[in-house]
Design a protein around this ligand. Structure first.
Ligand code: GLP
Length: 248
């Protein structure tokens, strides 16, 4: 079941998302969070940092698992998702480094990818998975055509994702062609899912998601539509991302 929240701005949407995470932290201080990178969760992470500083909410018993990482990129490289997590969230919280898991993109990446889902299971699964959304409807780096039974693995990025993500690199040639990503099945195994999508570039994928919900049928070409098979999904949008919903 999908609960839809449309906020009047990205800022308000992010406050709402942070509230949902904080409610979980209050209820379960040792919860397991699934984390995403990209622009979409940035303001939510800033809200969590502010809350931590102001209200002393602790992350000392929290475990986190990130969705994805580029292949062939060192953890200290500024374009790595390891670096993103460190500089956008972890450095500002009291979270223990050993409780933060991110797929390894450089050495031993195949071995690490193969054991990632087992590591999640060892922590009793993800309580709340935060997701951004690719312009083509990808979640994590599960590109169109991804198998709904997929687990964490190496994936080839599509041309459109390489182009969309080139904004974070000096040139399009510098964008890695492969990534490690949690699979569709790994994502759907979370107890609750929170999808954030802002801006007009996400509007079409969001339309496809709610179209799939209406038809009760996921669309293999738009991976986010597999979310309709999950029982507890919250989708938080700004007005631009919600703009095409009236066409359904
Ligand atoms: C990347 C990530 C996704 C993310 C997407 C959207 O491709 N692998 O996990 O959701 O970008 O990014 P943004 O939030 O910057 O639009």
């Amino acid at each position: 079941m999908i609960k839809l929240i449309v906020a009047s701005s990205k800022q308000k949407a992010s406050k709402k998302a942070a509230q949902i995470i904080i409610e979980l932290l209050n209820k379960k201080p040792n919860c397991v969070l699934g984390l995403a990178t990209g622009q979409s969760p940035i303001l939510t992470y800033q809200e969590l940092i502010q809350d931590h500083l102001k209200n002393k909410r602790s992350y000392s018993n929290v475990t986190t698992f990130n969705l994805d990482e580029y292949v062939g990129v060192n953890v200290n490289n500024k374009i790595s998702y390891h670096y993103y997590m460190k500089t956008n969230l972890f450095d500002y919280l009291d979270i223990k480094k050993e409780n933060t898991f991110i797929p390894q993109g450089d050495s031993n990446y195949l071995e690490y990818a193969n054991k990632y889902d087992d590591l999640i299971a060892l922590k009793n699964g993800i309580d709340l998975q935060i997701l951004g959304l690719g312009e083509n409807g990808h979640i994590g780096f599960n590109e169109p055509g991804s198998n709904p039974n997929s687990k964490t693995r190496v994936v080839n990025l599509t041309k459109s994702t390489i182009k969309a993500n080139s904004r974070f690199f000096n040139s399009i040639e510098d964008v890695p062609k492969q990534a490690i990503s949690m699979g569709i099945k790994s994502i759907l195994s979370a107890k609750k899912i929170l999808l954030l999508a802002f801006g007009s570039k996400k509007a079409n994928a969001i339309k496809e998601l709610f179209k799939a919900q209406k038809l009760k049928k996921p669309n293999i070409n738009v991976p986010c539509t597999y979310l309709i098979n999950h029982e507890n999904v919250v989708v938080i949008l700004d007005l631009k991302a919600a703009a095409l919903l009236k066409e359904i």
